[in-house]
Design a binder for this molecule. Structure first.
Ligand code: HEC
Ligand code: HEC
Ligand code: HEC
Length: 457
């Protein structure tokens, strides 16, 4: 059908007006933000960090507990691992710290930088002050504003000494004379100045402040979680522009669900003992759960290297958080048709590894009972694992992690929904039922195999 001029021109004008409105909406706040930011940045330079005995103890907790050497380079290596710098700054199959990994963000694909000591392509010529400004304030040399895909908003809590030791370590890794590929960002997000606005809205440059009514150990946990550990990057909710919301109460990212990790006993880790928590981050699994996906990588690259003292501190802090207050819903009745179908399919497909009582095999096949990830509000992890399978974290203590086979070819959307509903509502679990449409949309977004069978349930 041909478009008539009568209908297209008002629409065109309307579109023109809309573009103008959008431009004004972008430019005016940008100008306001610019002014405010200049004022804010100068005040921020004068801000003094809290200076107390407690702060000193928190910063030196690792040293005091023998977990990190006093040698700045060794200390820096430990802290760079705690910050998992290597995960984002290394491309798939690329050289360590040479950058080039593309990160999906609400703005588009942002490519990580080369942070090896190469003087041209890396940070070999950077001074300590330049490094601190980039890592804590998101401002690289020559005023280049970084995108918050680099978690400077969290690293702002890290002490200068810790970061300067990380720099000392990074200057010892092999230099790589290669520039990473360019970002793929649409207008206007390709304008780095836009980050002025983002920073004003979401960047809280307050240095770490210990809570004097809590122990050194608890404060050490908060320091690592909110700073180098950047746990909130995956475990906290996000608004449309990537700002954090709902502190550590769970978040869906790239087809995974990073569960709530507060003291909530149902969707969080409130019922995990210290040893359960330490085992998960040190070895990649415990009697409830096995770390897979991006958490598997975080365990392999980062948390397995943390000292027991630091891991215990992290667990102590997380378990003290009240969290979402979510509690168990009414479980789906065992007589529900989805439950009976699910139970049958579970018996034929899953029981060999996960056992009839859902218990699994310690640190190898995760328990489906008592596993907060299984009964999380978002069923994505469960569905994803059933569709495409998975593998646990490889760590020094568990170098050949166990694998979960993919079932996408073998089970229809309705089958997967029934099994998921069944495991989310058995052995003391209770969680919302899953429907076939949810499985179908995840199947297509994951580009998982389609159902090859025709079996009658
Ligand atoms: C979650 C992913 C992520 C983690 C973790 C991360 N970075 Fe980054 N980093 C990035 C991205 C992406 C960029 C590029 C940002 C841009 O181009 O605006 C970047 C940029 C940088 C830059 C600026 C380099 C330049 O040439 O402009 C430095 C320095 C840096 N990171 C250091 C670190 C250190 C040190 C750590 C560990 C403590 C770390 N990063 C951890 C994603 C990450
Ligand atoms: C890059 C994203 C990412 C980061 C960073 C991250 N996590 Fe996770 N985490 C996940 C995902 C995804 C899962 C679910 C993994 C699974 O089910 O196998 C998870 C699972 C967990 C679990 C298991 C919870 C359960 O109910 O089974 C714990 C505990 C945990 N993370 C703690 C942490 C801590 C502590 C930090 C910071 C030091 C952290 N995570 C940083 C993505 C992340
Ligand atoms: C050959 C053994 C094996 C079989 C069969 C198997 N699993 Fe698994 N499963 C594993 C292993 C190993 C893991 C840990 C790796 C991972 O999380 O990706 C796992 C992980 C899972 C998880 C993720 C748990 C978590 O902590 O996030 C779920 C859910 C799950 N399996 C459900 C099922 C269901 C449902 C079936 C049957 C359709 C099944 N599994 C069949 C071995 C198996």
């Amino acid at each position: 059908m041909a478009r008539t001029p009568e209908s297209s021109s008002p629409r065109g004008a309307k579109r023109g007006r809309r573009v103008l409105t959008v431009l004004i909406a972008l430019v005016v706040p940008a100008l306001i933000v610019l002014g405010a930011l200049v004022a804010w940045r100068s005040s921020q330079r004068n801000a003094q960090p809290a200076d107390s005995d407690l702060l000193q103890h928190v910063h030196h907790y690792g040293d005091e507990n023998g977990s990190a050497a006093t040698d700045p380079i060794k200390r820096g290596m430990y802290l760079a691992r705690a910050g998992d710098c290597i995960a984002c700054h290394t491309a798939q199959g690329g050289k360590p710290f040479a950058g080039g990994l593309g990160l999906n963000t609400p703005f588009g694909v942002i490519v990580s930088s080369n942070i090896t000591p190469d003087p041209q392509y890396g940070i070999g010529n950077w001074t300590g002050a330049q490094f601190l400004d980039a890592v804590k304030n998101g401002v690289a040399p020559h005023g280049k504003l970084l995108y918050p895909a680099m978690p400077y908003n969290l690293y702002a809590r890290v002490s200068d000494r810790d970061l300067l030791d990380i720099l000392a370590y990074l200057k010892t890794v092999p230099a790589v004379a290669e520039a990473p590929p360019d970002n793929q960002l649409p207008f206007p997000f390709n304008i780095r100045l836009m980050m002025f606005g983002w920073n004003l809205l979401f960047f809280n440059p307050t240095p770490f402040h210990p809570n004097p009514s809590q122990s050194v150990e608890w404060n050490r946990g908060m320091y690592l979680v909110d700073g180098l550990g950047h746990c909130t990057a995956c475990h906290s909710g996000k608004n449309a522009l990537g700002g954090d919301t709902d502190y550590l109460q769970g978040y869906d990212l790239e087809g995974w669900h990073a569960p709530e990790i507060t003291g909530n006993r149902y969707t969080g880790i409130g019922s995990w003992s210290d040893d359960d928590f330490i085992a998960y981050l040190k070895t990649g699994g415990n009697r409830f759960s096995v770390a897979a996906g991006s958490m598997g990588e975080a365990v392999s690259n980062s948390t397995q290297y943390l000292s027991t003292a630091d891991l215990k501190a992290i667990g102590l802090y997380l378990k003290s958080l009240p969290g979402s207050g979510l509690s168990a819903p009414q479980p789906v009745a065992a007589t529900d048709p989805a439950m009976t179908l699910g139970s049958e399919l579970y018996r034929t497909n899953c029981i060999a590894c996960h056992k009839s009582n859902g218990d699994g095999v310690d640190a190898m096949v995760p328990s489906l009972a008592n596993n907060p990830g299984v009964r999380a509000t978002g069923a994505n992890n469960v569905l994803r694992t059933i569709l495409v399978g998975g593998r646990g974290a490889a760590t020094a203590s568990n170098p050949t992690s166990a694998q979960m086979p993919a079932f996408a070819w073998k089970l229809s959307d309705a089958d997967v929904a029934a099994i998921a509903t069944f495991i989310r509502n058995s052995w003391g679990n209770a969680a919302t039922a899953v429907d076939a449409a949810q499985v179908g949309s995840l199947r297509s977004s994951l580009k998982a195999q389609s159902f090859a069978g025709t079996h009658a349930p």
